[in-house]
Design a protein around this ligand. Structure first.
Ligand code: ATP
Ligand code: MG
Length: 316
């Protein structure tokens, strides 16, 4: 399988007036064509920041302070604003939780979609053809093109965002909590659509979610984040049968389970203050197994078996 994306030692910080927030700390991973990688973690673990970084659009006061992001072999952190505008949407695109981030409420879908395509060098006739084709590909009818966003349901709007995100056949689609704002039935439909698109077009996805169960159900590989660090990373199959990091296990045990009679166990304590993270392992204040070593020494992310990485002193 060919590799479409390589992220090497990515560091992102927000320089706020009340201190420097270490949002992403030394994250590395790669993504193959047709693969879906889920980035999982609690609120504030740095998931969206990674998503923005992949398009080199970390919002102010944030900045990528170190790292390489190779998209089809090109380090996008070296590109000019002009070059970035060209690749955003065509080589890498993003679908947000709230479709209104992408859609202008005041303009018809048709005009927005065509304009988006024309900005990327497609002529008007072809743009209309492509818009029609992808509106159908996401299970909508052409009539949707004549609508304003407010005339569509949440699920329909998200389908439009997905249609735009895939319409230029990008190498990577980042989907940041694409179903969180939708009701449960529609959530499943949208995830089914994404799975279907992934199969049909061999698209590569970065699925950002706080839901480990969803990640294990849908993704090919999973990266578990905590406080800006990768705690564990493995293929879905490997992780499902062999969770090693105490944080991954805690996340898993906190999931509601229908078939079991036991209540989910909630993770006690709070995520770390990223202005002033704890020394040693960033998870140690909440870890039931933490030892003296964990309080002092930061564990490296080590490969405990092929393709299975864990950052824990007790991983082996
Ligand atoms: P959520 O699940 O809530 O979406 P997340 O995992 O996507 O969380 P991020 O939004 O990437 O997390 O945030 C990582 C850290 O960076 C958090 O501590 C957050 O407060 C901080 N942060 C994010 N955006 C900004 C910003 N624009 N300005 C300052 N700090 C920010
Ligand atoms: Mg987020």
């Amino acid at each position: 399988l060919s590799t479409v994306l390589i992220v090497k030692d990515l560091w992102v910080k927000y320089f706020t007036s009340s201190g420097v927030i270490n949002a992403v700390s030394g994250v590395s991973f790669s993504l193959s064509r047709g693969e879906m990688l889920a980035v999982v973690g609690e609120s504030g673990s740095g998931k969206s920041t990674i998503g923005y970084a992949l398009l080199n659009m970390v919002p102010k006061p944030g900045r990528i302070v170190k790292g390489e992001i190779l998209l089809d072999g090109v380090n996008i952190l070296k590109l000019s604003e002009e070059e970035l505008r060209k690749i955003r949407g065509s080589k890498i695109s993003i679908v947000f939780q709230d479709p209104f981030t992408t859609l202008d409420p005041l303009r018809k879908i048709r005009d927005q979609f065509i304009e988006f395509l024309m900005e990327h060098g497609i002529d008007k006739n072809n743009a209309l053809k492509i818009a029609r084709e992808y509106i159908e590909a996401v299970g909508l009818t052409e009539r949707v093109l004549d609508s304003y966003p407010h005339q569509l349901s949440g699920g329909q709007k998200q389908r439009v965002s997905i249609a735009m995100a895939i319409s230029l056949n990008p190498s990577v689609v980042v989907a940041d909590e694409p179903t969180t704002a939708l009701d449960v039935v529609v959530q499943k439909q949208i995830m089914d659509l994404i799975s279907d698109i992934k199969r049909r077009y061999s698209s590569s996805f970065i699925l950002i979610t706080h839901d480990l169960a969803l990640a294990l159900e849908r993704a090919d590989s999973v990266m578990v984040m905590y406080g800006g660090y990768v705690m564990e990373m493995a293929s879905k199959n490997e992780l499902a049968k062999n969770m090693v990091h105490p944080y991954t296990k805690a996340l898993f045990e906190s999931l509601p389970r229908i078939k079991q009679r036991t209540l989910p166990k909630y993770l006690t304590g709070y995520p770390p203050d990223l202005r002033n993270p704890p020394p040693g392992c960033i998870f140690h204040p909440r870890c039931p197994f933490a030892s003296e070593k964990c309080r002092i020494m930061k564990p490296e992310l080590v490969e405990i078996s092929k393709g299975h990485f864990v950052a824990c002193h007790f991983a082996r």
